[in-house]
Design a protein around this ligand. Structure first.
Ligand code: NAP
Length: 274
């Protein structure tokens, strides 16, 4: 924990900004007079977010890009730098495919790794020199949206869990690497949140997937960031208890989940946002 971090008037990128957590983060950063490059594959939702950012008092430009395409990272980084000094990068875009490991199509496995892990690592790598350059006065912000699943690996989410734990550990290592540069590396760990990503899952409160509203989650992420936190956990209370138990007695979590494996698998078998 450090001192407070000023998140007003930030200039930079929000990926996956057309919907869900990314859109709400963009609008809230806009309310704080942010100047944002909004990135995602579909232009229409990005334009809608841009309008919301402008109505909230910020500035916004959109860039349609599939972050897993060859050359996309450089294109996005170049576009951000062309707008002026960059002191914000929010790596939010993500996808999910649940299911028994041996049933997951290879294409979906690779798509999760490409978007949730490779893309944010490469975009951070591309923009780190700019973030360092802009950090002199009040620091720069590099925020990744991981997941509570990074803290408690859940069955039928093996690959998603690997990507989210990977990006969280990337953040921890990078935070230590950039110590003293003024780049604030933070990772958010949302629990189940009511977004498009979750519409194909039928797992509910009974299975620990009670969904929190997006505004509550985003308010907590930005409050944590402003407070200077590096790890921001927005999990619901029941999931938080499981995360605590996972640290002290991981096999007790196995035992807790075992009797519900079948119903859990049935509820998440169709969960896919790729
Ligand atoms: N909802 C939850 O319960 C939950 C919990 C923990 C963590 N998270 C994480 O929160 C982040 C945001 O997810 P969300 O819940 O807000 O879901 P969402 O509404 O599905 O947002 C994902 C965003 O990523 C963009 N995207 C997808 N594939 C892309 C690609 N190849 N290139 C560029 N952009 C791409 C999507 O826009 P396009 O389709 O237009 O590209 C979309 O706007 C993700 O990293 C997710 O893993 C969500």
């Amino acid at each position: 924990m450090e001192g407070r971090l000023d998140i007003d008037r930030r200039t930079g990128i929000v990926t996956g900004a057309g919907t869900g957590i990314g859109r709400a983060l963009a609008v809230e950063l806009g309310r704080r007079e942010g100047d944002l490059l909004l990135v995602g594959r579909r232009i229409e939702p990005l334009e809608e977010t841009a309008d919301l950012v402008r109505s909230a008092g910020g500035r916004a430009e959109v860039l349609a890009a599939d972050l897993t395409d060859a050359g996309a990272i450089d294109r996005v980084a170049d576009a951000a730098r062309a707008r002026g000094p960059v002191d914000l990068l929010v790596n939010n875009a993500g996808n999910v495919r649940a299911g028994r490991l041996e049933d997951l199509p290879e294409q979906d496995v690779l798509a999760m790794i490409a978007l949730n892990l490779t893309a944010p690592i490469l975009l951070s790598r591309a923009l780190l020199p700019s973030l360092k350059e802009s950090a002199a006065e009040r620091g720069s912000v590099l925020l990744a949206i991981s997941s509570g699943i990074a803290l408690t690996g859940l069955p039928f989410y093996t690959v998603y869990a690997a990507t989210k734990a990977g990006i969280a550990h990337f953040g921890e290592a990078l935070r230590r690497e950039v110590h003293g540069t003024g780049v604030h590396v933070a990772t958010a760990f949302p629990g189940a949140t009511d977004t498009d990503m979750m519409t194909s899952s039928t797992a509910g409160e009974d299975l620990g997937f009670g969904r929190r509203p997006v505004p509550d989650v985003v308010t907590e992420i930005l409050a944590g960031l402003s407070a200077g936190e590096h790890e921001i956990n927005t999990a619901a209370a029941t999931r938080r208890r499981m995360q605590d138990l996972n640290k002290t007695d991981p096999l007790a979590v196995d035992a807790l989940l075992a009797p519900r494996l079948e119903s859990f698998e049935a509820a998440v078998r169709t969960h896919r946002s790729i």
